[in-house]
Design a protein around this ligand. Structure first.
Ligand code: DGT
Ligand code: MG
Length: 368
């Protein structure tokens, strides 16, 4: 018997939020192939198709061993016909023709390059692509009017497309902490997003800020931003105020997945001297280390929901909400959990999993 032939016998639950998905797993070749197709679907604004590929990839990430043959996949959930076809091709030939064609397609390359500009989404990139703009340089030459975010995105294109390292994230955390404590002593700052899940690199750094005295956090962001600007740490920032809707019982049920916290999208300027393993060993006086940083402020009573909602991965979040709705008739957002009309309080992520009837999954196992 080939090792691992009994994979399908292991019962694997169908929601990613019911499974442990570590960062390092055994099926990288397969998940890389599926991720390319997911990305291509998302860039083509085919969300449903993108999610199907992401779910299939997430299933493979959660398996305890390497898949060597398609027969091992029998009985496993989340594997649609299309994903199975791609998996079989990769298992048999080492590559999938569809993945190869996608990777080399002019449209895919251009869409990736253009959406890689901060402030540019799939719709805008597609419009530009159809005008013959395929690269950031094409865009620069086109003379198109860009908004402030896109101008910053173009200006710092190369720096922002280098992965952010963990030590850069830590260095930025120290700066954010100094800024926040200068304007609101006692505030608590938590590293969220991919770094909280144990990733060693990221495309940005995300922080959640709160204060144990509910209400003290209100209006915090403009003050933090002023402090950071005065110290020369910000290359770009856009702050949006909160827009909570309160109901009698608690935070209003969400109308959409967009959350309503006070928030700042920014680009930090990091001094290359402030951290040790900078990937920028260039003449330091000329170097700008530009890093995307997202800051989110939550009231203390919503902190656990915000923490869970902002730790990711994106698919894990999506699966939690789908589980809540379809299996529990509940609605979950980064603000609250509702059991029909009843607001369920929680002061930790563990309590939220318990309300949802799910085993607690720690951040390092939410890498779906
Ligand atoms: P990265 O930054 O590419 O290394 O990976 P992540 O997992 O840190 O991804 P990121 O930074 O895009 O988002 C972190 C998590 O925060 C993600 O799982 C979903 C959540 N998130 C991001 N943007 C929003 C938003 O606008 N609203 C809500 N509710 N959640 C968001
Ligand atoms: Mg992130």
């Amino acid at each position: 018997q080939k090792p691992g032939l009994e994979l399908a016998v292991v019962s694997v639950p169908s929601y990613a939020c019911q499974r442990h998905t570590p960062l390092l797993h055994h099926n990288i070749t397969l998940t890389d192939a599926l991720s390319i197709l997911a990305e291509n679907a998302e860039l083509g604004e085919n969300e449903g198709r993108g999610v199907a590929f992401r779910r299939a990839a997430a299933l493979l990430k959660s398996l305890p061993q390497e898949v060597r043959g398609a027969e091992q996949l029998r009985g496993l959930p989340c594997l649609g016909e299309h994903s199975l076809r791609v998996i079989k091709e990769v298992l048999e030939d080492g590559v999938s023709l569809e993945v190869e064609t996608t990777t080399h397609s002019e449209q895919f390359k251009a869409m990736k390059a253009l959406t890689g500009i901060f402030g540019v989404g799939a719709k805008t990139a597609d419009r530009w692509f159809r005008e013959g703009i395929h690269t950031p340089s094409d865009l620069q030459r086109s003379g198109h009017t860009l908004n402030r975010a896109q101008r910053a995105g173009l200006q710092y294109y190369d720096e922002l497309n280098l992965p952010v390292t963990k030590s850069e994230a830590v260095a930025i955390g120290q700066i954010v902490e100094r800024a926040v404590h200068a304007v609101l002593p006692g505030a608590e700052i938590t590293l969220i997003g991919g770094f909280r899940r144990g990733k060693q690199t990221g495309h940005d750094v995300d922080f959640l800020i709160t204060h144990p005295d509910e209400g003290r956090e209100e209006g915090l962001m403009p003050k933090v931003v002023s402090w950071l600007e005065a110290q020369g740490f910000l290359l770009y920032q856009k702050t949006t105020g909160n827009s909570y809707l309160e109901s009698k019982e608690g935070p209003a049920r969400p109308a959409s997945n967009m959350d309503r916290f006070e928030r700042c999208f920014s680009i930090f300027r990091l001094n290359p001297h402030t951290h040790s393993d900078s990937p920028h060993p260039l003449p330091q006086t000329l170097v700008v280390v530009a890093v995307r940083v997202d800051l989110v402020v939550s009231p203390y009573s919503q902190f656990a929901f915000a923490l869970l909602g902002w730790t990711g991965s994106k698919l894990f979040e999506r699966e939690l909400r789908r589980w809540a709705v379809h299996e529990k008739a509940m609605t979950l957002s980064s603000h609250a959990l509702y059991d029909r009309k009843r607001y369920l309080r929680a002061s930790s992520e563990e309590e939220i999993f318990a309300h949802l009837g799910l085993e607690y999954i720690p951040p390092c196992d939410r890498n779906a």
